[in-house]
Write a new protein. Structure first.
Length: 145
């Protein structure tokens, strides 16, 4: 009777494959950056640049999100409050009215529960707890409509 053995490194390879598929390993996955298409042209901000802005924490669906308030992000770019279109990596988009952008809880999140966002949610996420239908996972672009 012939018994086929798995190579000793098969478990390691399976773990690395799973890790690369979900982007859960430290440092893996797409970089945390968002493209801003505003009145003065296009800019790209990294997670590190976002973290330099005033920090906001909100609770949404029993999770504690940390990031930057949308109106603070616009102010840091010397932009007036404006409606925005938030676009995800898969092309899904939501338009936010100027009133939604101005809300105290409208934010661009870069962390959840003290750690990075998961691959399914991030690396950046638009969170608007007072209007759950406006939240956008895997955010890559904020633009004027």
């Amino acid at each position: 009777m012939f018994v086929r053995r798995r190579p000793r490194h098969a478990a390691l390879l399976a773990g690395l494959l799973a890790c690369s598929l979900v982007g859960a390993c430290a440092g893996d996955g797409p970089p945390a950056r968002v493209e801003l298409q505003l009145a003065d042209g296009a800019h790209t901000l990294t997670r590190e640049q976002l973290a330099e802005l005033p920090e906001l924490s909100v609770t949404y669906k029993d999770r504690n999100y940390t990031g930057v308030r949308l109106r603070d992000l616009l102010a840091a770019q010397r932009q007036e409050l404006t409606a925005l279109v938030a676009t995800a990596v898969d092309g899904y988009s939501q338009e936010l009215s100027i009133e939604a952008v101005a809300r105290d809880d409208a934010m661009l999140a870069y962390a959840v529960d003290g750690g990075h966002l998961t691959a399914a949610d991030g690396p950046l996420r638009l969170v608007v707890p007072s209007s759950p239908g406006l939240s956008v996972k895997q955010l890559v672009r904020l633009a004027r409509p």
